[in-house]
Write a protein of this length. Structure first.
Length: 170
């Protein structure tokens, strides 16, 4: 009588462990893939917001530099055409007021002491505030104005107090 060969029995635990291990690894791969996709999407949206904000600031600064160039031209012409250099500041303020009156799109404020203020819009909640003082180029190393302020101001929109609670059926 021949002895039956010993059939190697597959143990259930070794088959079950490898299946569970592969399933766990696949779940981890899918989870990390989804998390990296979400992170990449969030980074993309943030970079878009930063790019928009940087562009808005650059446009506002460019507009402010254009106004400064116009003011500088008016001040230079005032200085060149002013017969008495001691009256330069009064002449410059007068010429600037005339220039602003002729160009009503410019929102420039000028006080009697020679302080000039204007603002440019960055976005709906921010403005770039600029303030200058008219100076004689003889006393200000060749410059016609002294920069007093170059600052971005943030205005928060007014919030309405909505403390009501909306329920179904009401």
């Amino acid at each position: 009588v021949m002895a039956e060969p010993d059939l190697k029995k597959r143990s259930f635990s070794s088959f079950g462990f490898s299946t569970i291990l592969i399933a766990f690894v696949m779940i981890c791969i899918v989870t990390f893939s989804v998390l990296s996709l979400l992170t990449a999407n969030a980074d993309y949206k943030l970079s878009q917001k930063v790019a928009q904000k940087s562009t808005s600031h650059a446009k506002a600064e460019y507009a402010a530099y254009e106004v400064l160039a116009q003011i500088d031209t008016v001040l230079k012409n005032s200085y060149v055409h002013c017969p008495d250099k001691s009256d330069y500041r009064a002449q410059a303020v007068s010429d600037l007021r005339q220039y602003v009156a002729d160009h009503q799109t410019l929102q420039i404020q000028i006080d009697s002491s020679g302080k000039i203020t204007f603002q440019t819009t960055v976005d709906q909640n921010e403005t770039l505030q600029v303030a200058l003082r008219v100076c004689s180029p003889d006393h200000n190393s060749g410059h016609f104005y002294q920069l007093l302020r170059w600052q971005t101001d943030i205005t928060t929109p007014e919030r309405t107090d909505d403390s009501t609670l909306h329920l179904f059926g009401t």
